[in-house]
Design a protein around this ligand. Structure first.
Ligand code: KIV
Length: 274
């Protein structure tokens, strides 16, 4: 078990400096409480737009708004003190122009206090990434499977399965690095391609469904805890919280119905839960 003692919050340059070193552990969180739990063990916390599916039961990340990201980003900043908090730019908040991207990213940084933003896209976003970085906004890129493009992609399929398909993904990762991003997420790409990109780009690669060849990994917390109803095949489950919660809820409901739950004399004074 690794519990961090250093209380200084990590920065984008700290993560960049980890290229080729100790792998970067990153998880998503959207709440103050889970952020506090992740903060003790992870280098970075992603307030991902996956919150649309995980918290709101949406089918895709497309409907997620800037206000939703800012609200949950603020909660995660309140709950954490050491990890670098990265907040996703939601679909529609940055693609129209680099000025639109700056306006949205500046709102996220000012209103949450987070240390960096993440946006999807490689070559097509290079100019925007450079514009943001030159103006003081640390950017994490995201290439390979880019879920915000689901309506043009058609499905959430792994990318670069055949070496014939590698070139555009390699070009995307290189463009993100050249534009000044401090790290890049590689989502759902085959291990040999992830390994090649990790060797070729000078910034840390953070894989999700992209193998241990990357410089780090990010997973959706609820997926690895066994709380999500549908989970991508590559996700290893480190917990089984869904069934555990249901068992606790069933036991509670049963005690309420049979009037066997404890009275106030057994509950007060309140004791610390964790
Ligand atoms: O929104 C998210 O959780 C993400 C990860 C899948 C990388 O972008």
């Amino acid at each position: 078990m690794s519990v961090h003692r250093d209380e200084r919050r990590l920065t984008a340059p700290d993560i960049l400096a980890r290229k080729g070193g100790v792998p970067i552990a990153m998880l998503t969180s959207y709440h103050a409480h889970t952020a506090g739990l992740c903060d003790r063990h992870c280098d970075s916390i992603l307030v991902g737009d996956s919150l649309g599916m995980v918290m709101h039961g949406l089918e895709t990340t497309v409907p997620v708004t800037l206000d939703m990201m800012i609200l949950q980003g603020l909660a995660v900043m309140r709950g954490s003190k050491r990890a670098l908090v990265v907040v996703d730019m939601p679909f529609g908040s940055y693609e129209a122009s680099k000025e639109q991207a700056f306006h949205s990213a500046a709102r996220i940084m000012k209103e949450t206090g987070c240390g960096a933003i993440k946006l999807e896209g490689g070559v097509r976003m290079g100019e925007t990434i450079r514009f943001l970085v030159e103006r003081g906004i640390p950017v994490m890129g995201h290439v390979g499977l880019t879920p915000q493009s689901i309506n043009t992609l058609g499905s959430f399929r792994a990318q670069g399965r055949s070496p014939d398909d590698w070139a555009p993904i390699e070009a995307d990762a290189a463009a993100v690095a050249e534009a000044g991003a401090f790290a890049v997420v590689l989502e759902a790409i085959a291990e040999p391609l992830a390994a090649k990109i990790t060797r070729d780009v000078p910034i840390p690669t953070i894989g999700i469904g992209a193998s241990a060849a990357c410089d780090g990994q990010v997973l959706v917390l609820e997926d690895m805890l066994g709380l999500s109803p549908r989970v991508p095949k590559f996700v290893k489950r480190y917990g089984d919280l869904g069934p555990a919660i249901e068992r606790a809820v069933a036991a509670y409901a049963e005690e309420v119905r049979s009037r066997t739950f404890p009275g106030p004399e057994n509950v007060y004074p309140m004791k610390k839960a964790t």
